[in-house]
Design a protein around this ligand. Structure first.
Ligand code: NAP
Length: 301
């Protein structure tokens, strides 16, 4: 798989990213997790997506335990993790109400914890997980600079930011934010309409895409919309030579000119392989719009 340039200084991601949000539900031993990491590395998936809070703050450490069994793997990976969501189960500073915190002190503490969990001296990328209404962009910019100078974090980005929130933070930074990680799938197409993709394409910033398969909702077909989508995706899958609807969805996402990078949510290596094979699929303009129409339940205006 050809790697994707993410920053001028040479940072590259794999075109598909392995997500680890659901990792604790996979119930894998450190050895089984290590095998899974080796398998996706073998397929060319070198970028991994984490967050400090995943699995009630347990995912990073469990991943680190697996990495510790084969320490040389660390340098084959680009580790992305996130900070700013504080939840009552957080091990760093007790809180009663879940909230967002982009204060310098919290970001620094979260990074220190992530480094310990992963048994590493640097994070490749730190993302602000969700927009904090109390974000002071100057304070965040100073903390990013300090984390970069110390060598603890090499690059920065955001997640779930609106275009104006992105512009605000970017206006205070010397380095470009490397991504905005957002939800995009045939069930939730909000980023097509709220200016998010337009702004990222304008700045040539490649979004990381979460819940590409709508968390599995399209397979469950529990609503009229997901039933319509399932049927349309299955028909297009036939037209493409009998590929799975998950593969059609990845091809639909990858057709976006903003150059998105899908994050995979599965731990099933066969499904990971299917996603890799979807990289070579190309939808026509009309096929792309048939999925849009199935999502909306009406034609284009
Ligand atoms: P997803 O791919 O939309 O959903 C994964 C779920 O779909 C899994 O339960 C999986 O089950 C199921 N699935 C996949 N292929 C299937 C198939 N062919 N048939 C039936 N079910 C299928 O992705 P996600 O897990 O919601 O999100 C992916 C990653 O995005 C996360 O790991 C995390 O890294 C990131 N994320 C970020 C944010 C954010 O706010 N920045 C939010 C959510 C997620 P199996 O495991 O059985 O395959």
């Amino acid at each position: 798989m050809k790697k994707i340039d993410m920053a001028d200084d040479g940072l590259q991601f794999s075109p598909l990213i392995q997500g680890y949000w659901r990792q604790m539900a996979w119930n894998m031993s450190p050895q089984a997790l290590l095998t899974f990491i080796e398998q996706h590395l073998e397929l060319g998936i070198t970028t991994v997506d984490h967050a400090d809070i995943y699995g009630d703050h347990q995912c990073e450490a469990a991943f680190g335990k697996a990495l510790a069994l084969s320490p040389s793997l660390r340098d084959q990976l680009e580790i992305v993790t996130k900070a700013d969501i504080r939840i009552p189960s957080s091990p760093i500073g007790q809180v009663r109400t879940a909230h967002y915190d982009t204060s310098a002190a919290h970001l620094r503490e979260s990074v220190e914890n992530s480094l310990k969990h992963f048994h590493t001296d640097h994070l490749d990328v730190l993302l602000i997980h969700r927009p904090d209404f109390l974000m002071n962009a100057d304070e965040v910019a100073r903390e990013f600079e300090s984390l970069k100078q110390s060598g603890k974090v090499r690059h920065f980005g955001v997640s779930n930011f609106t275009p104006s929130q992105f512009e605000l933070l970017q206006s205070r930074l010397d380095d470009a934010l490397i991504t905005n990680q957002v939800e995009f799938n045939p069930v939730n197409m909000g980023v097509l309409e709220d200016g998010t993709f337009d702004q990222l394409q304008m700045h040539r910033v490649k979004p990381m895409i979460w819940s590409c398969l709508a968390g599995g909702a399209i397979f469950a077909k529990e609503t009229a919309q997901t039933q319509r989508l399932y049927d349309t995706l299955a028909t297009i899958g036939e037209e493409l030579g009998g590929v799975g609807i998950d593969q059609v969805i990845f091809a639909w996402i990858l057709k976006m000119p903003v150059n998105p990078l899908p994050i995979l949510g599965t731990s099933n290596i066969e499904r990971v392989k299917d996603a890799v094979n979807a990289l070579s699929l190309t939808l026509t303009h009309e096929q792309w719009y048939r999925i849009w129409v199935a999502s909306k339940g009406h034609g284009v205006p």
